[in-house]
Structure formats: structure tokens, C-alpha cells
Design a protein around this ligand. Structure first.
Ligand SMILES: Nc1ncnc2c1ncn2[C@@H]1O[C@H](COP(=O)(O)OP(=O)(O)OP(=O)(O)O)[C@@H](O)[C@H]1O
Ligand SMILES: [Mg+2]
Length: 325
């Protein structure tokens, strides 16, 4: 039976990691409930990989505590990590050996993996056809996918993946998203990192947004991202007439002229609520305007940070006694 969502599979409290005076992690908390697919979202250098390394016991934090399945990682590292699968920056494989042989070897280390299990893991990452060739002939994306197969081989309850989607081509992205969803559907818990909002939105149900080693915001994807997502980009034949009409509409909070991807002028609308595109489209068309496109636009990660950073700075904590950089 799957325990209730409130049970935390992974819990990190007050993580600090100092590298030569630089705080890569600066009091970071992380909670991953049972069955969640949580996205750790942040720009380059935010501390994502460091966080994942700390929770996997690969890097010792300067301060703070990690619990996995409710048990302290520092004390029970080996027994806990047996139940965890991970992929953190460039998994190492034997280049002379095939993917199949690498997985056989890893399977043996983990206490044995059946032929069927190995085949199905390779299949899931789209490597079945190339499973027999030496890994040294693999491309970067193929190696990454093999790393994912290796991460799930021993059927772990918690899967931790650092940027699993970056660098993959679109078909591989679909495969890996499918794999993550399959893990979630089986009740597994997944923690992934990403610097791309759309990746997190499409595969995660929860998100923790970090910058400079601190949490800016944490919650469900809909709580955090949907309020940000009420923007529409409009391409229309008469911008002035459209501007006049839209400015008079109560859900249009603001409106600005921008340059579309093709260089043509567009309008960017910021709305006060969701679900208004069809009504606005009808109003424009009824006013005799030709609407070429009316497309929802996500904010960039930077815009999202900007709006969240305002909230976070308002609630900035004072330094703890004895705390030094
Ligand atoms: N081994 C290390 N030695 C010194 N500094 C480090 C080390 N590892 C990370 N850092 C620093 O810690 C900070 C966080 O790095 P980290 O790799 O965790 O970021 P990230 O969020 O994973 O970034 P990216 O999106 O580029 O992968 C950076 O300023 C980085 O330079
Ligand atoms: Mg990283």
C-alpha cells in the first residue's frame, strides 16, 4: 500500500555547503513527499547539483541534516542508498563494454538483475537497438540515457536525477518524461533538477525554486507557476484598434507592444485570471479584427525569479549566531 502523501521520503534541513568561503548552499531545506515528482529548479550555479550530491551522500554538507525514508543519511548511508537510484553529472561506464554488459555488471553489484529487467530498462530509454555495441561509441545523449537505465535498474523507491532532460533530443525527452511518469505511477518518488521552467512544468507535480543556495519558493506546480502564467501573445492586423479594445477589458491588467519571433509587432497581455483567451479572441473578431495568433506565454525563469525574489527578500532571515561564511 502506498503511504499518504504527507510522508517524506527525503528531507533536508538547513543545508550549508561552503567551498573555499563560497556558500554553494546557504541554509537550504528540501522536502520530497512519498510519490511526488519534485523539480529542483534554479539557474546555473544555484546549487542544484550540490544539493543532489549532498542528499546522495556524495558530498558532506558543512551543516545541516538529510533524512531518507525518515532515517539519518549520515548514519545509515549504505543501507539507505541501496533503495535510491541516481544520475548525477556524467555517469561512468566501461567504454569497451556494451551497454548490456555494463548494466549486467551494475546489476550484479546491486545483488542481481534479470536479463528481462536489463532489457526492459534499456528499452525504456530507447537503447535496445544499440545495447550490444561498446559504450565508447555512444553519443553524449545516449550515455545520459544509459545512465538513466542504470539509475532505475535495481527498481529503487527514490530516484534522484540531475538535469535528466538537458542535452536530449525531442524523441529522447519524450522517452525520459514517459519514464519519470511511469515511476510516479508506480508510487516511486522522484527528485529531478532543471534550469528550465517548461521541463519542470511538464513532468513535475511539485517544485522547489532555488537561487544562491537558498529556497525562494516551494509548492505544487499549480500553486507556483500558474499564477505566473496568465500572459497571452497576440498577433492581429490592427494593433491600435486591438489595444483600445483590450485596455477597456477588465481582465487585462497590462498590455505592451513587443516584437514577435518573426520580427513583426505583437501585443503581450498580462491578465488577472486564466481561461480568458477564447472570450478575448471572440471580442477581437467580433470587432472586425483579424486575429492571426493568440498564444499563452510562460514567463522566463528569470522573470519568475524576479517576482519570487521580491517575496523572498521581504522574509529574509537574519544570520544565525555563530554562522560564518
Ligand atoms: N567542487 C566544488 N568546488 C568549488 N566550488 C563548487 C564546487 N561545486 C560547486 N561549486 C560552486 O557551488 C555553486 C553551486 O554549484 P552547483 O553545481 O551546485 O550549481 P547548479 O545549480 O547545479 O548549476 P548548473 O545549472 O550550472 O548545473 C557554484 O557557485 C559552483 O561554482
Ligand atoms: Mg548542476
Amino acid at each position: 500500500m502506498i503511504p499518504p502523501m504527507s510522508e517524506l521520503v527525503l528531507e533536508a534541513r538547513g543545508l550549508v555547503k561552503v567551498y573555499r568561503g563560497h556558500r554553494a548552499l546557504d541554509g537550504l531545506d528540501l522536502e520530497v513527499p512519498q510519490g511526488a515528482v519534485l523539480g529542483l529548479l534554479g539557474p546555473n550555479g544555484a546549487g542544484k547539483s550540490t544539493t543532489l550530491r549532498v542528499v546522495l551522500g556524495l558530498v558532506r554538507p558543512s551543516r545541516g541534516e538529510v533524512k531518507i525514508f525518515g532515517r539519518p543519511l549520515a548514519k545509515e548511508r549504505l543501507s539507505l542508498l541501496r533503495r535510491v537510484g541516481s544520475l548525477v553529472e556524467g555517469a561512468a561506464f566501461y567504454g569497451q563494454l556494451s551497454a548490456l554488459d555494463n548494466l549486467r555488471w551494475l546489476g550484479e553489484l546491486a545483488g542481481g538483475a534479470s536479463r528481462e529487467r536489463i532489457a526492459s530498462c534499456l528499452d525504456e530509454v530507447g537503447l535496445s537497438a544499440r545495447g550490444g555495441v561498446p559504450v565508447k561509441t555512444y553519443s553524449t545523449g545516449m550515455r545520459q540515457r544509459l545512465g538513466l537505465a542504470a539509475a532505475i535498474l535495481h527498481d529503487p523507491e527514490l530516484v534522484v536525477l540531475d538535469e535528466p532532460l538537458s542535452g536530449l533530443d525531442p524523441p529522447a525527452v519524450l522517452l525520459v518524461r514517459g519514464l519519470i511518469r511511469r515511476l510516479a505511477a508506480e508510487g516511486k518518488t522522484v527528485l529531478i533538477s532543471s534550469h528550465a521552467l517548461h521541463e519542470v512544468e511538464q513532468v513535475c507535480d511539485r517544485v522547489t525554486i532555488i537561487r544562491s543556495g537558498r529556497v525562494l519558493a516551494s509548492g505544487t506546480v499549480s500553486e507556483l507557476l500558474e499564477p505566473q502564467a496568465v500572459r497571452l501573445e497576440l498577433s492581429v492586423d490592427d494593433l491600435d484598434a486591438a489595444t483600445t479594445l483590450l485596455k477597456a477589458d477588465p481582465v487585462v491588467e497590462s498590455l505592451e507592444q513587443i516584437e514577435g519571433e518573426d520580427g513583426s509587432p505583437r501585443l503581450m497581455l498580462q491578465l488577472t485570471q486564466k481561461g480568458e483567451a477564447a472570450r478575448l479572441n471572440r471580442a477581437l473578431v467580433e470587432a472586425g479584427l483579424a486575429v492571426n495568433a493568440l498564444v499563452p506565454r510562460r514567463p522566463s525563469l528569470e522573470e519568475l525569479f524576479h517576482s519570487l525574489a521580491g517575496d523572498a527578500e521581504a522574509g529574509e532571515r537574519p544570520p544565525e549566531p555563530g554562522e560564518s561564511a
